[in-house]
Design a protein around this ligand. Structure first.
Ligand code: HEC
Ligand code: HEC
Length: 245
């Protein structure tokens, strides 16, 4: 849910952010739809209906896969979900398996996007996301995080909804590691410039260390599903997902 700020102030911030970073004329129709979606009152039932198409890969719980091939999306800030969906749709992130789904989604317009993002944000997060190797690397992981990442992603990895900074705690290690490598080498083209500059100088060992540290930062208990076997009651038992990796 929107905690601590109104949807309107969020959308105004979104607008000023976009205006700050690009010339007004360059705001695309897609960005405009995202800003509009942030101002809508979501309809959870419609969000649930739309989420069926996503659950095939991200699972009914939104927990992704332990291998990190599919990221956890449950509990992510809705502003972040919408920005990432827009970036995937615009081709700023390479995601050929998923991009056709965003094409049909953006055709449905801002209300549908608002409904879907609100549904996903409210899903409880996985209590046992996969972790890195542990060990001595965590000490440097912690220092790297505090020196470089905390400013934006916050002390416990909770991110900042109003500024589109993702929640990264509780995410599967291999997904974090892959994104960091893609941020470092420029494959993830939507990334915040300041973050890219920092990560560009990281060694692969640094990336492993910081990703491991982040994977171990725990979301508040109230955001997690209350047991490992929690299943999304909006789905029938036996709902088919793509093979887990
Ligand atoms: C065919 C499989 C597939 C389907 C269907 C799919 N996704 Fe994805 N999605 C992926 C993969 C794979 C990634 C990670 C890509 C990468 O590594 O950058 C991803 C990434 C994402 C991300 C970015 C996560 C982040 O932390 O930045 C979001 C948000 C997302 N998906 C939402 C959705 C929504 C909403 C739907 C339904 C409309 C959907 N996905 C349908 C495969 C899928
Ligand atoms: C200046 C702010 C800023 C800093 C500093 C920063 N990030 Fe980010 N980070 C972002 C934003 C914004 C995004 C979302 C991608 C985008 O749209 O640019 C992001 C995305 C990510 C993602 C992908 C999340 C996902 O769900 O796909 C990871 C992982 C990440 N950051 C980790 C880090 C780590 C680790 C550090 C420190 C080494 C760091 N970031 C420093 C702003 C920042």
């Amino acid at each position: 849910m929107n905690r601590g700020f109104s949807t309107l102030s969020l959308s105004l911030l979104a607008l000023s952010m976009l205006l700050g970073s690009v010339a007004q004329a360059e705001i695309t129709a897609v960005d405009a739809v995202v800003i509009e979606a942030l101002q809508k009152t979501p309809d959870r039932d419609n969000g649930k209906r739309l989420y069926y198409a996503c659950a095939v890969c991200h699972t009914p719980e939104g927990w992704g896969s332990p291998s990190g091939y599919y990221p956890q999306i449950a509990g992510q800030h809705r502003s972040v979900l919408l920005k990432q969906l827009a970036d995937i749709y615009k081709g700023n992130r390479d995601n050929p398996t998923m991009s056709p789904f965003t094409t049909s989604l953006f055709k449905l317009g801002s209300q549908a996007l608002a409904d879907l993002a609100a549904y996903i944000e409210a899903l409880p997060m996985v209590p046992n996301n996969s972790l890195g190797m542990g060990g001595d690397g965590l000490v440097s992981g912690k220092k790297l995080y505090e020196d470089n990442c905390q400013n934006c992603h916050e002390a416990n990895g909770e991110g900042k909804a109003a500024e589109f900074y993702p929640r990264i705690h509780g995410q599967h290690f291999r997904y974090l590691q892959r994104q960091m490598v893609w941020i470092k080498n420029g494959k993830r083209r939507n990334s915040d410039k300041e973050m890219v500059e920092q990560v560009h100088n990281f060694s692969y060992a640094d990336i492993d260390a910081v990703s491991d540290y982040v994977s171990r930062m725990k979301p508040e208990q109230s955001r997690l599903a209350d047991h490992l076997d929690w299943r999304n009651p909006d789905f029938r038992a036996g709902f088919k997902t793509v093979p887990r990796e």
